[in-house]
Design a protein around this ligand. Structure first.
Ligand code: CU
Length: 342
């Protein structure tokens, strides 16, 4: 009976539920955005999906326990944290679970090949999350895409553990879910994948305060629906702050800080709960850029075709530009559509 009730109640919630999660906590979208735009103008359009493994190198910092490369289906099933469903108080059958983070993200644990973000105070990190067909409000109660916010405690080694801590005081930044996104066709009446909507990239440029203290800052990405005071989805991540304050530049990396000195770093010693992100690892990366980071062409199987194309203006891109078009070699796996919500 418990199971039946639980399944029934979750199904009832999920039928009106969209979903998304933070896929990357520091994404360099400078080039791939052009490929996405250029390929979307081909006939028929070719989807360039930043979640594909061949683009994983563009992610410089990852959320807690994120797999690299990610698997969209696995992430969609096992990595998401549905606050809306979990915090529902169903009495003894379903006590409210108000954790801010999913179970695997309640400590600063990182996969070996997916380290946390590292940045200088005052810089910007670009968060990436999937539109999943909701960039124009499809499947979102209220019909508009809602708001994404980042919450933190404002000091190193301080953890947000409960959704009650998603307060104005703890809010670092907010933006519309689709304020910085790529979707096509341009026809705004197309609002769902079944109508032809393709939205493979949503971003939020998170500006880190100049006065951030060195060390690990825990943060929570939260998606809230419009006309709803309750948070719906969250992902937890950390940013290791080191180096001297900089002025915001596009996709600033800690490695861009020329005068960074490991000796001067006040990064905390690794605690027992820390797995990968020892300060030394970042110091090493800062002083000697890893050669493995140098990106090969994402679709090495095919040569780029340079051509002039009309590009749909989605964010702040010029209307007509010379765009390098890349045709992903593995087109079959790009035909993934938005699965049914269950
Ligand atoms: Cu969804």
């Amino acid at each position: 009976m418990f199971t039946q009730l639980l399944v029934a109640s979750l199904a009832a919630i999920s039928t009106v539920s969209a979903h998304s999660w933070l896929e990357c906590a520091d994404h360099d979208n400078t080039e791939i955005l052009k490929w996405m735009q250029g390929n979307s103008t081909k006939s028929p359009p070719v989807i360039v999906d930043p979640t594909m493994p061949e683009y994983a190198y563009l992610c410089k910092g990852w959320p807690r326990n994120k797999k690299n490369p990610g698997n969209w289906i696995d992430d969609s099933t096992n990595y998401v944290w549905n606050i809306g469903a979990n915090s529902w108080d169903g009495g003894s059958f379903h006590p409210a679970d108000t954790h801010a983070c999913p179970p695997a993200q309640r400590s600063p644990t990182y996969q070996d090949n997916a380290p946390m973000a590292s940045a200088a105070p005052g810089s910007m990190i670009r968060l990436r999350f999937g539109g999943n067909g909701h960039a124009r409000g499809s499947n979102v109660p209220g019909g508009t895409p809602g708001t994404v916010s980042v919450y933190w405690k404002g000091k190193p080694e301080a953890e947000i553990t409960d959704i009650s801590e998603f307060t104005a005081v703890n809010k670092l930044q907010s933006a519309g879910f689709s304020d910085n996104s790529f979707a096509y066709p341009a026809d705004k009446s197309i609002t769902s994948p079944t109508q032809g909507l393709v939205d493979k990239g949503n971003w939020m440029e998170l500006n880190l305060p100049k006065d951030m203290a060195p060390g690990r800052h825990m943060m929570v990405w939260v998606w809230e629906y419009p006309n709803s005071s309750a948070p719906q989805w969250s992902t937890c991540f950390d940013v290791m702050i080191q180096g001297n304050a900089v002025s915001p530049v596009s996709n600033a990396q800690a490695s861009a800080v020329a005068d960074y000195s490991p000796a001067a770093s006040a990064a905390p010693a690794a605690s027992a709960a820390y797995s990968a992100p020892a300060a030394a690892a970042f110091a090493e990366a800062d002083t000697a850029p890893a050669p493995s980071v140098a990106p090969a062409a994402p679709a090495a199987e095919e040569a780029p075709v340079v051509m002039v194309t009309e590009v749909v203006t989605v964010t702040e891109v010029v209307a007509t530009t010379t765009t390098t078009l890349w045709v992903p070699a593995a087109t079959p796996k790009l035909k993934r559509s938005h699965p049914r919500h269950f």
